[in-house]
Design a protein around this ligand. Structure first.
Ligand code: AMP
Length: 608
């Protein structure tokens, strides 16, 4: 059994090969995992980090895969990013000795820590781009069985590179997507799937997301009948791009009509590359687009994608987790087109593929790919649940969140219905690394677990004994939003965030909403009350009843506030392609933006 990736898919037969490869890997998932672990340990046994924990071994010799697994998991500790930071920093400062891996690491990625303010460096190697190519090919193979696309077609892809820079030690740093878009593998993906992004590299790497979005849209219109599907890394980017389209369609039509490019695009390289593609005036296309846009405007832009890209088959992007709040708007733009939820991964490594693209985003599951990393799963039990006398060994009862942990188990021992934190051992130098994501096992695909994403493990809202995650906040906001949409006014929730205000006594939660359109005050009061009452966490309910947490405050912020937040985060190194609105913030600059933009305030009456 090969631990390497799937074969290249260049023809229909190759698609069958890719599928056959995965079916075999999934059938033998447990064995493949042991081989993957052996492969990682064997090729990095000489690295300082593994020497520290496994040094006494000398070599793996004739050790059985099962014996290696048990030795590895007993000798090497579970770690979080902070534990590995001293090693990663040495690499960043130019230490070229084998610190974490035997092969030198020449690139570092910035992981989502960026949105919290402090960027986290994660090693990036050729394996990272290769596994990205592999998962995209694998997903494309399964997708093509349900949604076949024309060979040689195009993708209207809202993708963006962020800036790359050098560390003191000369390593290139950028987001994982930035490294991937600049890699050979990105070109190979387009060639091998025979589907090409509408925009050239100069637009993707332009460095200014507004200019890039304008050019993505313009070229998307130019190639309108060739576009097979619309995509982005995270769904937020598609929603953001079409919101810009609603404002800019007339200017875009002008450019199409005259073969010109708006002066808002100032990057010389981007201008040259786009103007080369525009080549000549296209008045008939401009008039057709204009006519369609006028009709779309009168229906609030519902079904914009199929109306303007008539051959598109689906919309493809990450739509789960923190992207769920954008689904409603995405569905509105997509009309009757299917929404296909994209794969599950992180800067640290890819985890699972969506093998059932016909599933709506609310029901998507990700099948773990056993060749990508060695996966372990820490069972998580809610404290109340564990107090009801279930038998398990507690290895940690964290005060900082609501979970009691069980012993980590390998992929083959997970239980359907159980929630876990994912632990990764990767080819890029992360050993027993806690990813910080909570997933639930929804079932098995042959021998490979299928995961539904639950949330980031980190708590976001807590004042005293209350504990709420991003998922809890999402459920609560959804409750408030449902009342909003039932009101006579046509207000729509654009985006939201929150803050646990502990500066005042008693502390209380603040939820910030940006709306499109006006909402009646009475409706907003009701939304505020309903959200307060919708937090079901015991600690919150008790604290609200005893007034040790004050009434929830709903603040309505002016239109464009979340754009300012996006711009601040991007200015601080976040990338548009990986941007996730922080769902809770204690960051002073962000709070300053939110507070200055507050136009209305409501306090809940839920607890009298
Ligand atoms: P980043 O560090 O920017 O690469 O973001 C990685 C994080 O995004 C993961 O750890 C997850 O929390 C989240 N994420 C990635 N893919 C998905 C997905 N398909 N569904 C839900 N959340 C995801």
């Amino acid at each position: 059994m090969a631990v390497e990736g799937p074969p290249m898919a260049t023809t229909e037969e190759d698609v069958e090969d890719v599928v056959a490869w995965f079916e075999e890997v999934a059938d033998n998932a447990a064995t493949v995992q042991l081989q993957t672990l052996r492969h990682i340990v064997e090729s990095n046994l000489g690295a300082e980090y593994l020497q520290k924990w496994l040094g006494a071994l000398g070599g793996l010799g004739g050790m059985s895969p099962a014996a290696l697994q048990s030795l590895y998991t007993s000798a090497v500790p579970l770690v979080s990013h902070a534990d590995l930071e001293p090693y990663i920093n040495r690499i960043a400062h130019g230490d070229s000795s084998p610190v974490l891996t035997q092969h030198p690491i020449t690139m570092l990625s910035l992981s989502s820590g960026t949105t919290d303010g402090r960027p986290k460096y994660v090693p990036f190697t050729r394996f990272s781009s290769q596994s990205t190519l592999q998962i995209f090919r694998l997903a494309a193979a399964y997708r093509s069985m349900v949604f076949p696309i024309r060979s040689g077609g195009r993708i209207l892809e809202f993708i963006y590179s962020s800036k790359q820079f050098q560390t003191k030690g000369g390593l290139t740093v950028g987001t994982a997507t930035t490294h991937y878009f600049a890699s050979e593998e990105f070109k190979t993906k387009q060639r091998s799937t025979k589907c090409f992004t509408c925009s050239p590299q100069e637009v993707i790497c332009g460095g200014d997301y507004k200019q890039s979005t304008y050019c993505h849209l313009l070229l998307g219109l130019l190639f309108h009948d060739e576009v097979e599907f619309v995509a982005s890394t995270f769904a937020y980017s598609i929603v953001q791009a079409f919101a810009a389209f609603e404002e800019q369609w007339e200017e875009l039509c002008e450019d199409l009509r005259k073969g010109t490019l708006s002066t808002k695009v100032t990057s010389p390289k981007m201008r040259k590359a786009v103007l080369e593609k525009l080549a000549e005036p296209n008045p008939s296309l401009a008039s057709e687009v204009e006519r369609t846009c006028r009709e779309l405007r009168s229906s609030e832009w519902g079904g914009l994608i199929p109306a303007l890209w008539p051959n598109s088959k689906y919309v493809y992007s990450i739509m789960t987790g923190s992207m769920q709040p954008y689904l409603k708007k995405l569905r509105h733009y997509a009309g009757e087109l299917s929404l296909v939820s994209a794969e599950y991964g992180s800067t640290e490594g890819w985890i699972g593929v969506n093998l059932e693209p016909m599933n709506p985003p609310e029901r998507v599951v990700f099948t773990v790919i056993p060749t990508f990393a060695y996966f372990e799963f820490i069972p998580l039990f809610h404290k109340q649940q564990s107090d009801h006398g279930r038998e398990r060994r507690r290895i940690c009862a964290s005060d900082t969140d609501d979970f009691v942990e069980g012993e980590p188990v390998p992929l083959s021992s997970v239980t359907v219905g159980q929630q876990y934190e994912i632990v990764l051992t990767t080819f890029t130098g992360l050993y027993r690394y806690r990813l910080g994501d909570v997933v639930e096992v929804a079932g098995f695909y042959k021998g490979a677990p299928q995961l539904s994403f639950v949330c980031r493990r980190k708590l976001i809202l807590t004042v005293n004994i209350d504990k709420n995650t991003e998922r809890d906040l999402q459920v609560v906001v959804e409750k408030g939003r449902s009342l909003l949409s039932r009101s006579a006014t046509k207000a729509e929730l654009v985006d939201f965030t929150s803050h646990a205000d502990v500066a005042h006594c008693p502390g209380h939660y603040v939820i910030y909403w940006e709306l499109k359109g006006e909402a009646e005050e009475g409706v907003l009061e009701e939304c505020c009350r309903a959200m307060d009452a919708a937090f079901v966490d015991e600690g919150y309910v008790v604290s609200r009843k005893t007034s040790s947490i004050g009434p929830l405050e709903l603040r309505i912020v002016a239109g464009g506030t979340f754009h300012k937040i996006l711009e601040h985060c991007i200015g601080n190194g976040a990338a548009m392609s990986q941007f996730k609105t922080p769902r809770c913030t204690a960051n002073e600059v962000l709070l300053g933006i939110l507070d200055c933009s507050t136009i209305k305030r409501f306090w809940s009456t839920a607890y009298g």
